[in-house]
Ligand binder design. Structure first.
Ligand code: ZN
Length: 166
């Protein structure tokens, strides 16, 4: 497993050093949402530009500051949802949070020998680089770092949908 963990660490560091979709969008028209993780001091601001029909994320930008987990997770999130429909973005959010919560319980008490297969979050959803963050669940205090950008995205999607249907 150490080879895989090295690879995951490389992916996380790459997103931290070269964050994707870093910046801001004029708001309005972009929807701006802000998330804060007081446990670690992480801050993430997500800007969402929806397409004309309001059902697809035409552009996304992320700003903020914090630890490598929170900022690399935000970078991965932005890559994953850019160009996605709102439904796809919601599905990714659920899949990522399932990855975080499933492993949280499964990895607790490492090596119980139960032989139970670890359930996969959702075979329909490909997490790509996000899978690199699954090692985070071994450190429960960092889970909030990893999920911060996704919670902020979810708040932004709620705002965007409320605005679109208003
Ligand atoms: Zn953090």
């Amino acid at each position: 497993m150490s080879g895989l963990e090295d690879l995951y660490r490389e992916i996380i560091l790459d997103h931290y050093r070269n964050p994707r979709n870093r910046g801001e969008l004029a708001s309005p028209p972009a929807v701006r949402s802000e998330g804060f993780n007081p446990l670690c001091g992480d801050e993430v601001v997500v800007y969402l530009d929806l397409d004309g029909d309001g059902d697809r994320i035409a552009d996304v930008k992320v700003s903020g500051q914090g630890c490598s987990i929170s900022q690399s997770s935000a970078s991965m999130m932005s890559s994953a949802v850019k160009g996605a429909s709102l439904a796809e973005a919601r599905a990714l959010t659920r899949a990522f949070k399932a990855l975080m919560s499933i492993h949280e319980s499964r990895l607790d008490g490492d090596g119980d020998g139960s032989g139970t297969d670890t359930p996969s979050p959702d075979p329909e959803v490909s997490l790509g680089d996000l899978a690199a963050l699954q090692g985070v669940v071994k450190f429960p205090v960092r889970i909030k770092c990893a999920t911060l950008s996704w919670n902020t995205l979810a708040a932004g999607l709620d705002d965007a949908e409320a605005t679109a249907s208003a």
